[in-house]
Design a protein around this ligand. Structure first.
Ligand code: NAD
Length: 480
């Protein structure tokens, strides 16, 4: 049965002309649902509802906010298998990973439920006699949240949960091709007891709904995750409107393998980082920078490992690599592989795979004989594609790793403590992994990159409050 998604505005589910089909990338005959496409007027209604609700929610007690987020977290965990299957069907990541993503959303809700209770402030003696200084945090007001499709429940949750925990109202605009998980998350939160208008959901195109959020003077903050070109445009528009903005964007994440690394471990780290979630992770290891003396053995072992990774329907429990998300992304992956070959790279894998259902299946691809100047090493592919860059030793590896406009995540496989510590210190990325995949993070610590990958305060953990709250400094003379 095809679900008809509706906007949520001011606590009411609002029906509208269906416009955007939600197609299962593992089986294109399966139309999961159909979502409306709002115009600027509908976005305006959602923003107005959020503005009206913001004041009351800002004055709710920490306990009230805790209870909503905690209950929503419990429901997601209880429904992880059902929602994991829906996520796999909608987005195409293997069902085990999709289920883990639902669990992650539940963990994020529980963490930020706790954060609602942990809001504190400071009392500081004034340098002037008779005065006391109080430093407190307040919600920023109405937050516009714009998200990509690749983590359709975790990313919206790591933005919406802190926004609500610290007393903000939200207008949420999910990616066009993952409306189902957006509905489920919002529905769970709404039923957990949010007052009308505190959380609003508006479906539609980025260029219309997203842009209307960014341009509205009633929106006090924009939290965006998505591609670098869109992110840069949003940051510029928000800055012009003096609206607070945070943007997490693409990556071209390096994984260094030194000659003293455990090769079985390095191969596992590379295979996981490059190809899990079909390589469609902003933190995916897309540049494997390998010391010359272990290069051939590493490539041989990784190629063998890749041939064991079963590509198929995301709902099949045997599947390791699900389909690419849609036809446009598939075409983009194949185009980058063609360019890599034209520029002198040797491509293995990266072939269309036939399965029982018609889906966007692509075998994992490894491009060897590349240098860091090639297009495949400069631009984000966002598919099951990794390239190998051969280097002489650590110094060259570090220089190559940092030679990119991006700076999201970076990794090193080595048994040398000094090389590992040096890399942690000198990597230009926001997140650094030692003998661990560049993708895959905890939910209670800061997340985010540097350079062209990120703009504004970090997400997740207690650090998320830097975006979702503003600081007030009060000077009080209690003697009147
Ligand atoms: P995208 O930039 O195409 O879209 C992201 C969101 O922005 C969508 O909701 C889209 O509708 C909206 N949008 C598009 N144009 C807009 C505009 N002009 N104004 C306002 N909003 C607009 O990205 P995508 O294809 O959905 O996701 C893949 C990208 O996301 C990759 O580049 C990936 O690296 C990145 N990503 C980054 C992180 C991170 O945390 N750094 C995490 C996941 C994904």
């Amino acid at each position: 049965m095809t679900t008809r998604y509706r906007h949520l505005i001011d606590g009411r589910w609002v029906d509208a002309e269906p416009a955007i089909e939600n197609i299962n990338p593992s089986d294109t005959s399966d139309v999961i649902g159909v979502a409306p496409a709002a115009d600027a007027a509908v976005v305006g209604e959602a923003i107005a509802a959020a503005s009206r609700a913001a004041r009351g929610w800002a004055q709710s007690t920490p306990e009230e906010r805790f209870l909503v987020l905690d209950a929503a977290g419990s429901e997601l965990r209880a429904r992880k298998d059902e929602l994991g299957r829906l996520l796999a069907r909608e987005e195409g990541k293997a069902v085990a990973e999709a289920t883990a993503e639902v669990v992650r959303a539940s963990q994020l809700l529980k963490f930020f439920a706790g954060e609602a209770l942990r809001v504190g402030g400071e009392v500081i003696p004034s340098v002037r006699r008779g005065l006391t200084v109080e430093v407190t945090r307040e919600p920023i007001g109405v937050v516009g949240i714009i998200t990509p499709w690749n983590f359709p429940v975790a990313i919206p949750t790591w933005k919406i949960a802190p926004a609500l925990a610290w007393g903000n109202a939200v207008v949420f605009k999910p990616a066009e091709n993952t409306p189902a998980m957006a509905f489920e998350l919002v529905d769970v939160l709404q039923r957990a007891g949010l007052p009308a208008g505190v959380l609003n959901l508006v479906y539609g195109k980025g260029s219309i709904v997203g842009a209307a959020l960014v341009e509205s003077p009633e929106v006090n903050g924009i939290s965006f995750t998505g591609s670098a070109p869109v992110g840069r445009r949003i940051v510029a528009a928000a800055a012009a409107a003096t609206t607070r903005v945070q943007a997490e964007m693409g990556g071209k994440n390096p994984l260094i393998v030194l000659d003293d690394a455990s090769l079985p471990k390095a191969v596992e780290v590379a295979a996981n980082g490059a190809f899990f979630s079909t390589g469609q992770r902003c933190t995916a290891s897309s540049r494997l920078i390998v010391a010359s003396s272990v290069h051939d053995e590493f490539v041989e072992r990784l190629s063998r490992r890749m041939s064991e990774m079963r590509v198929g329907n995301a709902l099949d429990p045997e599947t390791v690599i699900g389909p690419v998300v849609d036809a446009a992304q598939l075409e983009q992956d194949l185009r980058y592989l063609r360019i890599a070959a034209e520029e002198g790279g040797a491509v293995t894998g990266g072939e269309r795979v036939e399965r029982a259902t018609d889906g966007y299946f692509l075998s994992p691809a490894l491009v060897t004989r590349t240098d860091n100047g090639m297009t495949v090493n400069r631009e984000e592919v966002f598919g099951p594609v990794a390239s190998v860059i051969r280097v002489d030793g650590y110094d060259e590896a570090l220089a190559v790793a940092n030679d990119t406009e991006f700076g999201l995540s970076a990794g090193i496989c080595t048994t040398s403590l000094s090389a590992a510590r040096h890399f942690v210190r000198h990597s230009s990325a926001g997140m650094v992994m030692v003998n661990a995949p560049t993708a895959g993070v905890d939910y209670h610590v800061p997340f985010g990159g540097a350079k062209g990958s990120s703009y504004g305060p970090k997400e997740q953990g207690t650090y998320a409050r830097e975006f979702f709250t503003r600081v007030k400094t009060a000077y009080i003379d209690a003697d009147g």
